[in-house]
Design a protein around this ligand. Structure first.
Ligand SMILES: [Zn+2]
Length: 197
């Protein structure tokens, strides 16, 4: 897949210290990535900076790209009565374009998921099985049967199912309760082994 992720803005913030500096921060989701652009414009170029950072697995920010203030300082206004977002928006936009060019544009599927899909394919179509899944196949599967669920079980096995309703106890409890065969939700007051009205 070569299509680039589209940035979805999830947070924005800006601040003005009149006579001293102003700043703008924008956080976006880019597919599986969380990226923030931080731009600060001070009185002097060497105190002004623009950086894009990516949220790492350990929830720390790692710098991905900088835009040196030489390239934008002269085009921004002094820190008096300024709208920080309007003034620094374009610098953040430019950083996002650069981030999109830097990060991988396809989603990485975890190895365990690949192993499970491989086992399912072999089980259904044999050890040399092959199958193209079209957009229509996926649409049809969503419109028929129950929701697709992958349930990790105690013994290390994985249950792949479309056999149950959304509110079935099996799905609602991620496999902790069994299905009665009718996918009937357990009322909150029900006592295990109690009489059924
Ligand atoms: Zn069920």
């Amino acid at each position: 897949m070569t299509t680039s992720f589209q940035p979805v803005t999830v947070d924005e913030d800006f601040d003005v210290n009149s006579g001293s500096s102003y700043s703008y921060t924008r956080t976006v989701h880019l597919g599986p990535y969380t990226v923030q652009m931080r731009v600060q414009r001070s009185i002097r170029p060497h105190d002004s900076w623009a950086v894009a950072e990516i949220l790492s697995a350990d929830l720390t920010w790692t710098a991905l790209a900088h835009t040196h203030s030489d390239r934008w300082f002269e085009h921004t206004t002094e820190p008096y009565g300024v709208n920080a977002k309007d003034e620094l928006n374009e610098i953040a936009d430019d950083l996002i374009r650069r981030v999109i060019a830097i990060i991988p544009s396809n989603t990485t599927v975890p190895q365990q998921t690949l192993d499970v899909i491989g086992a399912l394919l072999s089980h259904t179509y044999g050890s040399t099985g092959e199958r193209v899944i079209t957009a229509d196949d996926m649409r049809w599967a969503k419109e028929h049967g129950g929701p697709f669920r992958l349930l990790q079980r105690q013994d290390g096995s994985v249950l792949l199912t479309k056999a149950h309703r959304y509110d079935c106890p099996l799905l609602a409890t991620a496999g902790a309760q069994v299905c009665d065969g009718l996918c009937v939700p357990v009322p909150p007051t029900a006592v295990p082994g109690g009489s059924t009205p």
